[in-house]
Write a protein that binds this ligand. Structure first.
Ligand SMILES: C[S@@+](CC[C@H](N)C(=O)[O-])C[C@H]1O[C@@H](n2cnc3c(N)ncnc32)[C@H](O)[C@@H]1O
Length: 180
């Protein structure tokens, strides 16, 4: 098993844990099975977790985590539900592993959400985006999101992409954005 080069989700957790200075408020933009929300709730004071799937939301609400607010709505509506700046935003795009593959994130709403997210991100905050480009919609998300992020002003945002060089070219990508 690799320690660093194994799994982009674990890598995103490592980056957030070590490089987000203020651990006040975080958003999990894609709750799913709740692994990322569990991680965020263990290190942030407050976590907002979004998912369009009612089942995913209900399953998490059963866990009764005091510092997590589950929001059964699309992540392009952050500003409708959150009236404060946040220190961290995580995306694990695509469909739920083992779930309905028809219910996947879509490039239009993902991009809209990322734009809103960058706006409500505190200075010094970090956004991570795991992109799974091995399916049709994921490939479109990759193109749109990277095209947009490439043009962000470098005096306001640092943007890095981590990819596997010696795997298939549809292997997942981790994007990390830090707001100055
Ligand atoms: C790859 S899974 C997330 C995995 C999750 N972070 C975990 O720890 O298990 C993607 C999730 O995004 C959700 N999703 C799809 N479109 C969405 C949207 N517009 N807003 C919020 N969640 C969405 C899906 O329902 C699915 O549960």
């Amino acid at each position: 098993m690799y320690k660093y080069v194994g799994n982009i989700s674990d890598l995103s957790h490592y980056i957030i844990k070590n490089f987000v200075l203020n651990k006040h408020i975080a958003i999990d933009a894609t709750l799913g099975n709740g692994y990322d929300t569990d991680f965020l709730s263990s290190i942030f004071n407050k976590v907002y977790a979004f998912d369009i799937q009612e089942d995913a939301c209900r399953n998490y609400i059963y866990k009764k985590k005091d510092n997590v607010e589950v929001i059964n709505a699309s992540h392009h509506l952050f500003k409708k539900y959150i009236n404060e700046k946040v220190d961290c935003i995580m995306y694990n795009l695509g469909f739920l592993p083992g779930g309905n593959k028809e219910i996947t994130t879509l490039h239009e709403t993902s991009l809209e959400s990322i734009k809103e997210g960058l706006d409500i991100l505190e200075n010094g905050g970090i956004m991570t985006i795991c992109i799974y480009r091995g399916h049709y919609e994921g490939k479109i998300e990759e193109t749109c999101i990277l095209e947009y992020l490439k043009k962000l002003p470098k005096n306001q945002f640092g943007v890095m992409v981590q990819s596997y060089l010696n795997r298939q070219d549809i292997s997942p990508l981790l994007v990390v954005i830090e707001k100055k």
